[in-house]
Design a protein around this ligand. Structure first.
Ligand code: SAM
Ligand code: SF4
Length: 463
């Protein structure tokens, strides 16, 4: 597709003038204004090798993230509906040719049981994920699942936002998906590099690069406001992939007036009988991965960056500091795992890929507080219709913080009261007090009022 201009991206990667350290430094200084950087400037940032300049970029990424999102980290969990798939992605255990995988598909009742298990951990946001299958992940079925999950109510606790990561649809299909009241529609291009894409997707509907790369446009045309993009790092050269991701984001912004709501940065993990996952063709080391996230934060300051439990706990801690705004926690990548809680050897027969961070939600919440990040379970924007360009307008004026802080602190308090283990509750309450003390009188009063109402037994209250 012409908005992924491979020739231009390659010429930027090969442009020797973009290794100039003075220029790289100037770009970082300019990026601190949180107005983004151009594709060419992003290419220069990806070339940084000097330790000193790298550190400066990491601290700029942290500064920009804090300016826009404060110290909040929004938390969610994936819910897998089926591991049946008609595609043959060489990096995924769900691929149709993998005869070693045990196949499992959830019914609507099973999906409800999974969602209840997540509600009982304290989760409020889900990401529905599935293999591509005409029956087991049809749009109609997804609709039934969503309706059922939204109907769960356990003493005021419920799933309040359901995002979806599923195969591309037609505009009509996306209209149907939108009618189920989804939050974000998310789809990863996996690799924007055409020839690599063709090798990695040898058969099935996913082998059509163009149909996939234009999916987000169809979703936006169908009226889905919040869309998420991503690429699977490790398949093609990381500088190419990062610049292509940014080209996609800039294109959406130009064409629709609003860029992606989120960018995900999945990195290849080992997966059962999946050759490209076991030997990634362009494995990305941890430092380069950190650099990718920081460059994205500088380039598209208002776009959420999602970091999943694919990464190890200690690396996640480090990456939170360079601009991540949403994280998954307590995740499983096999259908039915939250309810069944299989032994790890058995789980490996069902799961999509191996995870790096196996900690529970409660452990992650406590760890976030220890590190100075506020875990947020807030879903208020989407439920108050602050999506798409309305969200971006608020974010860009800085006014979003006045809404987000009370909502984040209130949902965090709700978590502490209803679900936290003892240690997390003690640490969390102390942390909450410190956070409140930092706010203006207006924000503090607004928040204390909501917190008081939670203590009186109300749930799910927000601005
Ligand atoms: N089947 C749909 C699709 O491929 O678009 C829905 C999402 S798929 C279940 C979720 C995502 O998992 C894929 O888009 C891919 O980026 C990621 N994934 C697949 N294999 C992976 C692996 N070995 N390591 C890390 N992520 C992987
Ligand atoms: Fe199927 Fe998605 Fe896995 Fe590809 S990545 S095999 S489409 S589940």
């Amino acid at each position: 597709m012409n908005f992924i201009d491979e020739e231009n991206i390659n010429s930027l990667i090969n442009d020797k003038s973009l290794h100039d350290e003075k220029h790289q430094w100037e770009i970082i200084v300019k990026a601190k204004e949180a107005k983004g950087v151009s594709l060419k400037e992003a290419a220069a940032l990806l070339n940084i090798t000097s330790q000193e300049i790298l550190e400066e970029m990491f601290s700029a990424a942290k500064e920009i993230k804090e300016k826009i999102y404060g110290n909040r980290l929004v938390i969610f969990a994936p819910l897998y509906l089926t591991n049946l798939c008609v595609n043959n992605c060489l990096y995924c255990a769900f691929r149709v040719d993998n005869k070693e995988l045990e196949r499992k598909s959830l019914t609507v009742d099973d999906a409800e049981a999974e969602a209840r298990a997540l509600v009982q951990q304290g989760q409020k946001r889900l990401l529905l994920v599935c293999g591509e299958h005409p029956k087991k992940s049809s749009t109609k079925f997804i609709g039934e699942v969503i309706e059922r999950i939204y109907s769960i109510n356990e003493d005021g606790n419920n799933i309040r936002r359901i995002n979806v990561n599923m195969a591309p649809l037609s505009v009509e299909g996306f209209r149907e998906l939108k009618s189920f009241d989804i939050g974000t529609y998310q789809i990863f291009q996996e690799t924007y590099h055409y020839d690599t894409y063709k090798i990695m997707h040898p058969s099935g509907p996913k082998s059509d690069y163009d149909w996939r790369v234009t999916a987000i446009e169809r979703a936006l045309e169908a009226g889905i406001d919040d869309v998420g993009i991503g690429s699977l790092f490790g398949l093609a050269e990381y500088k190419f992939e990062t610049l292509a991701l940014l080209s996609h984001a800039f294109h959406l912004e130009n064409k629709f007036g609003v860029g992606p709501h989120t960018i995900s940065v999945p990195r290849l993990e080992p997966a059962l009988n999946a050759p490209a996952a076991l030997q990634p063709p362009h494995a990305v080391d941890d430092l380069s991965f950190k650099k990718i996230i920081a460059v994205l934060r500088l380039a598209v300051p208002y776009t959420g960056i999602i970091l999943s439990t694919r990464e190890r706990a200690e690396l996640r801690r480090e990456l939170f500091a360079v601009g991540v705004s949403q994280i998954s926690a307590g995740s499983k990548t096999a259908p039915g795992s939250y309810k069944e809680s299989r032994e790890s050897a058995n789980e490996a027969k069902f799961e999509q890929f191996q995870l790096g961070d196996h900690r529970s939600l409660d452990e992650i919440v406590k760890d976030c507080c220890d590190l100075g990040y506020l875990p947020s379970f807030c879903t208020a924007c989407y439920r108050s219709n602050r999506t798409g360009d309305r969200f971006m307008a608020l974010a860009k004026t800085g006014d979003i913080g006045k809404i987000c802080v009370p909502n984040a602190l209130t949902t965090f308090h709700e978590y502490l009261v209803d679900y936290a283990g003892e240690q997390t509750r003690i640490t969390g309450q102390e942390f909450l007090k410190e956070q409140l003390a930092k706010e203006s009188d207006t924000v503090r009063n607004k928040t204390e009022n909501l917190i008081h109402r939670i203590d009186e037994g109300e749930r799910d209250i927000y601005f």
